[in-house]
Design a protein around this ligand. Structure first.
Ligand SMILES: NC(=O)c1ccc[n+]([C@@H]2O[C@H](COP(=O)([O-])OP(=O)(O)OC[C@H]3O[C@@H](n4cnc5c(N)ncnc54)[C@H](OP(=O)(O)O)[C@@H]3O)[C@@H](O)[C@H]2O)c1
Length: 503
């Protein structure tokens, strides 16, 4: 490095560097802090700076050993050693060579912090690495990046702020923390000159954050539609395929470790809304707090709905939607009928999926495990690598995430959003009921696409199900019609109204 120009002496904004890693090959542009690992092998020209200088190739790579000798290493701290933390430790410890080979960078696990150091774990750490003292990471200046793998809001928020203030770049899988405190954390990171990477926070092992924020940056994203909560998908799929009711399917998802002990946020759509808020922020610059996203959970779905949906050629999935309608953003989470055969309808078990439409690239579909130890660890380690080699910092600063300066997209009034609807009523089996209901729908300008009214069954008690599929209507019209129909004496109990996924 001594014979190369000292690029760090050049003001960074003025710096433009072309790297030639082979003679006659097209140069690739790199940031100043990612030069060092390659510096001995490249020609570096500094342009746009007060001077121009060429540093001549010094050595060529001869074998793996010389690469290893020059390989940089980064010391990593882990806060949290549970499901995801142990997965990350396992990847770093068991596959350190592979990671170094792929990234040209060695990640060294220096400290791991958990609450209870006596708890048995199936990953053994080198002597002295595990502790219950966060100060070991905060005070170790050699640790430049920390993975925060503790759930919930506090003390996760305080730990994150402390890590940033002590000069650590942050990687986290905690979507609730970002959805709730994104602005504060990202402001703190900018203030301290640090970065935050969070690939694992949405859709676990699916690299959706990187794709939206980097690979698709030539595009205007037009729509995002996702199955972002694996637990809900597992429950619906169990009901669909095993014929179990909602409560039994939920119990099974808890037994298998998919659902939290308190599964409320999974089944009421809040978890999906938190993830959608993060994606909408990246894709559309939306500054909407997740709690403002209109959402309906899967707890209202009954076996009958899955049955009728199938008869109509659909499956039900919990779909998170963020899409541009003109200049405005339509955004919501709801159980939705998806035409059988469309990729989102075929997502089974606890899998996640995201369908993205960009104006240049067209439609893309991402599918994979949205949670679980190793898929989530895969995303965390990718972020650690990106941070170690300097990519995460470039993206973080370029995107200006959760910034007060960013221009937010205007939100579409939820009542003005349009779509088709599936409605199921429990109605008295008497003449004129269908006319009464369709009359109300007509007055609210909702036209009917199809109707199913099965013959009374063996356990007939005077009421029968009535299922109506509508043509396009606004959410406001559908809500008003539902309220009015719900007041009819011939309608018993709750009306089930689900959206139908459009094109
Ligand atoms: N699990 C998944 O599949 C998944 C997928 C995507 C995202 N995430 C997110 O990843 C994060 C971690 O999830 P997880 O499933 O790994 O949780 P977990 O299994 O409950 O592990 C949490 C870890 O945090 C430690 N911890 C708690 N409070 C702490 C504190 N004050 N200081 C230091 N350590 C503390 C715990 O220590 P002890 O072990 O000693 O109790 C435990 O090791 C969450 O935000 C979650 O939403 C998880």
């Amino acid at each position: 490095m001594s014979e190369l120009c000292d690029c760090r002496a050049v003001p960074v904004p003025d710096l433009s560097i072309d790297c030639y890693d082979e003679p006659h090959r097209a140069p690739s542009r790199v940031a100043w802090h990612s030069i060092e690992p390659f510096a001995a092998d490249v020609n570096i020209r500094c342009r746009g700076s007060p001077f121009t200088m060429v540093a001549v190739r010094q050595t060529a790579l001869t074998d793996g050993e010389s690469r290893e000798n020059r390989m940089q290493s980064t010391q990593v701290g882990l806060v949290g050693f549970g499901t995801v933390g142990t997965g990350v430790a396992r990847l770093l410890l068991d596959h350190g060579d592979r990671i170094a080979r792929h990234s040209g960078h060695r990640l060294l696990l220096s400290h791991v912090v958990a609450l209870n150091v006596e708890k048995p774990r199936d990953v053994s750490l080198p002597e002295g690495v595990l502790s219950n003292d966060i100060r070991r990471i905060l005070n170790d200046q050699n640790v430049t990046v920390a993975a925060l793998l503790v759930g919930g809001l506090e003390p996760a928020r305080t730990i994150a702020l402390d890590l940033l203030a002590r000069g650590k770049d942050l990687v986290t899988a905690n979507k609730a923390l970002l959805a709730e405190h994104g602005t504060e954390l990202f402001d703190a990171a900018r203030r301290h000159g640090r970065s935050i990477a969070f690939e694992a926070a949405v859709a676990g092992g699916i690299p959706i954050i990187t794709n939206i924020s980097q690979c698709l940056s030539a595009n205007q994203i037009l729509s995002l539609r996702g199955i972002l909560n694996g637990t809900s998908n597992f429950i619906i799929n169990q009901m669909e395929e095993q014929g179990t009711d909602f409560a039994s399917a939920l119990a099974e998802s808890q037994r298998l470790g998919y659902a939290e002990a308190d599964p409320t946020m999974d089944v009421d759509g809040s978890d999906a809304a938190q993830k959608l808020a993060i994606l909408a922020h990246l894709a559309f610059g939306s500054r909407l707090h997740w709690s403002k996203i209109p959402r309906v959970g899967i707890d209202r779905i009954q076996l009958a709905d899955l049955h009728f949906a199938k008869e109509l050629g659909y499956r039900i999935r919990l779909i998170a939607v963020a899409q541009l309608v003109g200049q405005e953003l339509e955004i919501h989470v709801s159980p939705t009928l998806v035409k059988i055969g469309r990729p989102l309808a075929e997502v089974r078990q606890a899998y996640n999926a995201v369908s993205v439409q960009g104006d240049a690239v067209g439609r893309l579909f991402f599918h994979g495990l949205g949670a679980g130890r190793m898929p989530t660890a895969s995303a965390v380690v990718a972020d650690l690598i990106d941070t170690a080699v300097g990519r995460a910092q470039i993206t973080f600063h370029a995107l200006d995430l959760w910034s007060q300066r960013a221009e937010g997209v205007a939100l579409c009034d939820h009542n003005r959003t349009t779509g088709r609807y599936y409605l199921r009523f429990d109605v008295a089996d008497s003449p004129g009921v269908l006319a009464e209901i369709t009359g109300i729908m007509g007055r609210h300008r909702i036209s009917i696409a199809s109707v199913i009214q099965p013959e009374p069954g063996e356990r007939f008690d005077g009421y029968v199900p009535l299922v109506i599929m509508t043509h396009e209507a606004t959410e406001g019209e559908a809500t008003a019609a539902e309220l009015e129909i719900g007041r009819l004496a011939v309608v018993r109990g709750k009306i089930i109204r689900l959206r139908v996924l459009g094109n």
